[in-house]
Ligand binder design. Structure first.
Ligand SMILES: Nc1ncnc2c1ncn2[C@@H]1O[C@H](COP(=O)(O)OP(=O)(O)OP(=O)(O)O)[C@@H](O)[C@H]1O
Ligand SMILES: [Mg+2]
Length: 236
């Protein structure tokens, strides 16, 4: 299996002097294509920092970061932008949808940037919105959707370009637990049926149990890495 992510001794410091924070203190990690991996850890343990570094949204202080076989440090700004656009999908805790665009417009945005022509684009986006359970709601604006529905749009947006890896920072944090379960089911299904690789952070026990691999972060290091081949496939 090919490695999608390879981190070697990654550290990240923020601030300096009195305000110096060691957010990551030497992280080594390898993720392979097809994984469905969760990352848990207390607030401030470095989860978002790690996801942002893998996604090229932030740079490490030291260490090596390889994503999809490319060492991020060696990429130009343009190359990094293309890697992010074409190979990665992002899902954020607060959905991050564009308020003046409808569901379908939000989800097709990346394909537009990729230059996929209108007819094919619309067809692909409609299909993905259907897969995430939003058929019939394509023309609604984010404010006309529930939190769970908005997060489904964000999931659709993240997977529509068929990325090699989807990074999700607490994707279920802003929805109730039933909706959270449904979102996890959806991610799991996309992983199993379409082979989408997911790496997501969470605070929730129920979400951790659904992962096939669980990393635990504490004070900027991975102190536990467990594989649970099936994960908990059932609801609740
Ligand atoms: N931009 C920043 N400037 C300064 N310090 C930061 C910055 N971002 C994060 N930190 C610090 O780095 C550490 C790790 O933060 P991070 O956001 O990665 O934690 P987290 O595990 O995602 O926490 P949470 O569960 O609350 O989201 C924390 O001590 C945090 O205060
Ligand atoms: Mg965080």
């Amino acid at each position: 299996m090919a490695s999608i992510v390879r981190l070697q001794n990654v550290t990240k410091d923020y601030g300096q002097g009195q305000a110096l924070t060691h957010a990551l203190r030497g992280v080594n990690l390898e993720l392979e294509a097809g994984e469905f991996t969760a990352m848990a850890g207390p607030s401030g343990s470095g989860k978002s920092t790690l996801l942002n570094i893998i996604g090229g949204l932030d740079r490490p202080t030291a260490g090596k970061v390889e994503v999809d076989g490319r060492e991020l440090e060696n990429l130009s700004k343009t190359e990094l932008g293309l890697l992010r656009r074409d190979r990665l999908g992002f899902i954020f805790q607060s959905y991050n949808l564009i308020p003046v665009l409808t569901a379908i417009e939000n989800a097709e945005y990346v394909l537009m940037l990729q230059g996929v022509e209108t007819v094919e684009r619309r067809e692909r986006v409609r299909q993905v919105l259907k897969e995430v359970g939003l058929e019939g709601l394509e023309n609604r604006y984010p404010r006309q959707l529930s939190g769970g529905q908005q997060q489904r749009v964000a999931i659709a947006r993240a997977i529509v370009s068929e990325p090699a890896l989807v990074l999700a920072d607490e994707p279920t944090a802003n929805v109730d637990s039933e909706t959270g379960k449904a979102l996890l089911d959806l991610m799991r299904e996309l992983n199993e049926e379409k082979g989408v690789t997911f790496f997501f952070s969470t605070h929730e026990e129920a979400v951790m149990r659904r992962a096939r691999r669980l990393l635990e972060l504490r004070d900027g290091v991975i102190f536990n890495d467990e594989t649970n081949n099936n994960g908990d496939r059932t609801h609740g």
